[in-house]
Design a protein around this ligand. Structure first.
Ligand code: ADP
Ligand code: MG
Length: 542
């Protein structure tokens, strides 16, 4: 019995854009479908660990592509986990894929005019409709008591699902290509071969094209660094992270103790959270001897490291690792710590050896380091060494490390001073800096919203306390007043008059030698609440 279903509204919108976009690189759909087949095989391999009864248990874990120029079709078939009827409807008819969601968001934000949006996002399965007149998805779940079904659509508004007899386990996608030349060519063996050559080396399952093997199954992260070209790393990054940019930084390392680890970590070009629209999610995949254990474990790396992509492979993990047992949780935590420490060391080396690159990295991702320094107690020290700030001693736009600040501190200086303001100019214009400048004390400048929070949670660096230069607690040594000054009595009278005049708006009026040029300054008397925090609370109450 054949049932017709409407696509969810978002999918219709997505399909409309995918089908009518003339400018994208069409070939990315091959990569998307092969990666889905590979995902399905990984899931099956996983299911095998816990389930004893699996349909077609003896089928090889491989991916087969077939081209047929006469019929104008390309077929991609896997013996993976397959889909039940309900799963076909849910996975291929509703929007679950995060890349698709991000894509739609970008369109909403006015990007529809951008010709190459699909190229930047990847819309998963739906990319097949760039080249397809119709798509048929035959699928049979691994569950023994299920039936096989075929899902059919021409990508307009609806799709049908009906039962299909005699299917093997897994999924077979038959794409009937459009008649345009740049679609028809995907029915050619040579065309598909060149596409597969570019990235199929990173698929950990055999891929056959028209019966011939196209890849040596080899995990890139287990190969030796000096055998791998930059292009291979980039292609691997794109394939593994579903990315469309080039990696900004790359760390490939192995360790034997305390755990055996082979890992490749990538930092993408840009911070996905920059515009406050999306939150990055953990994306470093966990493997044990090339077998995927978890594509996106949330508990492996600390929260602030969520911008990282890549893989971690450890022989010391059990394949059926379970977060329910204390032992396994502790093992993941230990692994995470080793990797995080190694990554922080790598960033430290970058800062030293390639300061310009590190600076650009910091522009995009410094915010994550700050978040970590304030919230991740375990790595606080390592992270705070990587923080960079402008200061009263740096040029505009140049930053100093905290270690360099400390190295410039005079013997009498016990604390690290900072000022928060919207810009360098705002801070320099204010009355707070002059008292420090006249005593040769360097002050760190903070312009970012999070800085107040960060400074309070960092509390100290190298044993030196962070102190807001505008707080009333700051004690600076006395200075001789130059020129004419009011007498003690005159000062007391002036203070009294000011206090009476200002009333409850101030808690106290004091004479001070913090000022050099300015006649008066407002100081923050409340050491628990900075003006920035008060402004934030006020905004929240509204
Ligand atoms: P994503 O792969 O990012 O989840 P896709 O649009 O590529 O998004 O695929 C949507 C979903 O359809 C997948 O998450 C998966 O559940 C299902 N799917 C796609 N292809 C296959 C396949 N070959 N075998 C099993 N399930 C599949
Ligand atoms: Mg996919």
């Amino acid at each position: 019995m054949s049932e017709t279903h409407e696509f969810q509204a978002e999918i219709k919108q997505l399909l409309d854009i995918v089908v009518h976009s003339l400018y994208t690189e069409k070939e990315i759909f091959v990569r998307e479908l092969v990666s889905n087949a590979s995902d399905a095989l990984e899931k099956l391999r996983h299911t095998q660990i816990t389930e004893s009864e699996i349909f077609d248990a003896d089928k090889a874990l491989e991916i087969n592509l077939t081209t047929d120029e006469k019929a104008n079709t390309l077929t991609i078939q896997d013996y993976g986990i397959g889909m039940t009827r309900d799963e076909l409807v849910k996975f291929l008819g509703t929007i679950a894929h995060s890349g698709s969601k991000a894509f739609l968001q970008a369109i909403k934000d006015g990007g529809a005019k951008n010709d190459n949006l699909i190229g930047q996002f990847g819309v998963g399965f739906y990319s097949a409709f760039m080249v397809a007149k119709s798509v048929k998805v035959y699928s049979r779940s691994w569950k023994a008591d299920e039936q096989g079904h075929v899902w059919t659509s021409d990508g307009s508004g609806s799709y049908t699902v009906e039962e299909a007899a005699d299917l093997s386990r897994g999924t077979k996608i038959v794409i009937e290509l459009k008649d345009e030349d740049d679609c028809k060519e995907f029915a050619k063996d040579t065309k598909v071969k060149t596409i597969l050559e570019r990235y199929s080396a990173f698929v950990t399952f055999p891929i056959n094209l028209n019966g011939e093997r196209t890849n040596k199954v080899s995990a890139l992260w287990l190969r030796s660094k000096n055998e791998i070209t930059d292009e291979e790393y980039t292609e691997f990054y794109k394939f593994q992270a579903h990315a469309y940019d080039e990696p900004r930084l790359k760390l490939h390392f192995s360790a034997d103790a305390p755990l055996s680890i082979n890992s490749i970590l990538f930092v993408p070009q840009s911070n996905p959270e920059k515009f406050g629209m999306t939150r990055a999610e953990a994306a470093v995949s966990l493997y044990c001897r090339k077998v995927l254990i978890d594509p996106a474990p949330k508990d492996l790396l600390p929260e602030w490291a969520r911008f990282l992509k890549g893989v971690v492979d450890s022989e010391d993990l059990p394949l059926n690792i379970s977060r329910e047992t204390m032992q396994d949780r502790a093992l993941i935590e230990k692994l995470g710590k080793v990797i995080t420490k190694r990554f922080l060391k790598f960033l430290g080396d970058e800062a030293k050896n390639r300061p310009d690159d590190f600076d650009k990295f910091y522009d995009e991702f410094g915010i994550f380091l700050k978040e970590g320094a304030a919230t991740d107690f375990t790595h606080k020290e390592g992270l705070s060494k990587l923080l960079r700030f402008e200061s009263s001693r740096t040029e505009k736009g140049k930053r100093t490390s905290l270690a360099d600040y400390v190295s410039r501190m005079g013997e009498e200086q016990k604390e690290i001073y900072y000022l928060i303001g919207s810009s360098r100019e705002a801070i320099e214009r204010g009355p707070y800096l002059e008292g420090f400048e006249s005593r040769n004390l360097e002050v760190i400048f903070c312009y970012e919203n999070v800085d107040d929070y960060v400074m309070r949670h960092l509390t100290e660096f190298d044993g030196k306390k962070f102190t807001a230069a505008d707080s009333a607690d700051v004690k600076l040594d006395e200075k001789e007043t130059e020129g004419e000054a009011l007498s003690k009595d005159e000062m007391a009278a002036l203070s009294k008059w000011l206090k009476e005049t200002l009333g409850d708006r101030v808690s106290e009026v004091k004479t001070s030698d913090r000022l050099v040029e300015s006649p008066a300054a407002v100081l923050n008397a409340d050491s628990f609440m900075s003006p920035q925090m008060r402004a934030m609370m006020k905004a929240m109450k509204k």
